[in-house]
Design a protein around this ligand. Structure first.
Ligand code: NDP
Length: 483
């Protein structure tokens, strides 16, 4: 804040910031007190709409460093050299809670990463889970409605949550993940991140590869039990946010080892799973993760509203050498995120310091709109033009893909092991006996709250199809609680 006296928004000195102007001692307030009116009006407009999902979050800046030669797979400039560093901003979040909700809850965590590259910003809008509840964006509004407040009760309702999951068996894998030990991380620092979707990398020769990203925490995985979380959520609702800020303030910079799984495009049609299905992983044995980099967070934002609340991440923010896959969830997000930002922060959200490119500049013919900062001055606002304005490059950012067929509301192509239950069963079976017990207890405690037997039974049946033992134990645990 510059030195000098208090001023109005227009810069005029303020004489009295303690008393409103009134018509005589004890008299009513005068409309001529523009400082008062401006102050109240600004206060009324302090909030932008909170995010419909991922409202509750915290962020930090840091550095991504390349640790392996990935030029055989991608021509992205920020990945071009071992040792190359790129500034990043990472926003963590929970999904369902409102802006003021507690951090220590059972919910996936957002892991939204912006790389400020010299070829423009690359946003990798991931989660702390490698999978998701659904595989087609057309189901997203319905799914989120079941996670948020019921229109009648105004609360999250177990009936809605389990009705939707029971009727959407593709959620079985992610629900198993969520109710397992990793469903409540101890902090944002003690969890992995995943790009979750499959993306496309294109190398300098124009060859394409499918890729998945993993960010393995260097702090080690640490989780809270349901009981620990319930206490912490009540005592310190901001636990994750505070932990991140304080650890960075103390110079204890959190870091993640970044890995990629890479699939030759020729493998995709005959792979045993649909490689573009967000409810499935690529088992490590099929495509071993290779280390590609290190991510470190080392600088806190100076202003939470400006840099965290107004930060925007768009899965469609690609750079040359990185592009989308035909994952139906990703395709929906390519539209939905930009649309949400235009509504929430405005059409010029990309111009804000946290969002604009840091290692290059945006050269567009887009102009005007709310809060336009006039950065283009008197430059021509069309293309082609004869005045030296920026022109198209004629260089596609990523490799073209071949598609054929008849348009329609088709389900995804079927692959040999593409059922909704197999990978959920694999996850269940890799858990220790202790973790299985906690998983069953967590699930049973939640399912037992539904008001109708058919909803509970349908939900349990999905877990039975994943693994007979899983279903049997869950059924018994729910019975014991429901009586
Ligand atoms: P692997 O044995 O090669 O890998 C198992 C993975 O599971 C490891 O990444 C491990 O993470 C992670 N994991 C361990 N315990 C849990 C838990 N309670 N909740 C969530 N993840 C856990 O097996 P596959 O690659 O064949 O995958 C088997 C199952 O593991 C999958 O069905 C999936 O549910 C889960 N998984 C798979 C991942 C993948 O990309 N293949 C990624 C994460 C989970 P860590 O090494 O950090 O302990």
């Amino acid at each position: 804040m510059p030195a000098g006296p208090l001023t109005t928004e227009a810069g005029a000195p303020v004489a009295d910031n303690q008393h409103s102007q009134v018509a005589g001692v004890g008299g009513p307030v005068l409309i001529q007190d523009q400082h008062l009116i401006e102050k109240l009006a600004h206060f009324n407009r302090e909030r932008v709409p909170e995010r419909v999902v991922h409202a509750r979050g915290a962020g930090a800046y840091g550095t991504f460093t390349v640790t392996a030669d990935v030029t055989p797979y991608t021509r992205a400039a920020f990945l071009s050299e071992i040792g190359k560093e790129t500034e990043v901003f990472l926003r963590f979040s929970t999904v369902a809670g409102n802006l003021g909700a507690a951090d220590a809850v059972r919910d996936p965590r957002g892991f939204a990463l912006k790389f400020y590259t010299e070829e423009g910003n690359y946003d990798l809008v991931g989660n702390n889970t490698p999978i998701f509840f659904i595989k087609d964006a057309i189901k997203f509004p319905d799914f989120i409605h079941t996670q948020k407040r019921d229109p009648y009760t105004g609360s999250q309702e177990p009936d809605n949550v389990w009705d939707f999951w029971g009727l959407s068996p593709e959620s079985t894998h992610q629900v198993t993940w969520l109710f397992g030990d990793r469903g409540i991380p101890a902090s944002y620092r003690h969890m992995n991140g995943y790009g979750s979707h499959t993306f496309q990398w294109t190398n300098a020769a124009g060859e394409a590869f499918w890729v998945k990203y993993h960010f393995k925490t260097d702090q080690g995985i640490r989780n809270l039990t349901a009981e620990e979380a319930a206490v912490l959520a009540g005592q310190d609702p901001d636990s994750h946010q505070r932990d991140l800020r304080v650890s960075i303030e103390n110079g204890d910079f959190p870091s993640w080892t970044v890995q990629a799984q890479i699939m030759p495009v020729a493998d995709a049609p005959t792979y045993r799973f649909n490689p573009f299905d967000l409810t499935k992983v690529w088992p490590h044995a099929d495509y071993p993760p290779i280390e590609i980099g290190r991510l470190e967070l080392n600088r806190n934002p100076r202003n939470v509203f400006a840099e965290v609340e107004q930060s925007i991440f768009s899965p469609h923010h690609f750079v040359p050498g990185i592009g989308p896959s035909p994952d139906n969830m990703l395709q929906g997000r390519l539209f939905a995120y930009g649309d949400a930002h235009r509504y929430r922060v405005g059409i010029n959200a990309d111009q804000l310091p946290v969002n604009r490119p840091h290692a290059t500049e945006a050269r567009t013919h887009g102009r005007d709109g709310h809060a336009y900062d006039g950065r283009h001055g008197g430059a021509k606002n069309y293309e082609p033009n004869s005045f030296g304005g920026p022109a198209q490059t004629d260089q596609p950012l990523w490799a073209a893909t071949t598609v054929s067929g008849v348009t329609g509301d088709h389900p995804a192509p079927s692959h040999a092991e593409d059922d909704d239950y197999g990978q959920a069963g694999t996850l269940y079976r890799l858990m220790s006996e202790d973790e299985k017990e906690r998983l069953i207890a967590n699930l049973a405690g939640s399912i037992a709250q539904v008001s109708r037997d058919d909803i509970a039974e349908r939900a349990i049946e999905n877990f039975r199809r994943a693994d007979e033992d899983y279903g049997k134990r869950l059924h018994a645990a729910v019975q014991a609680l429901r009586g």
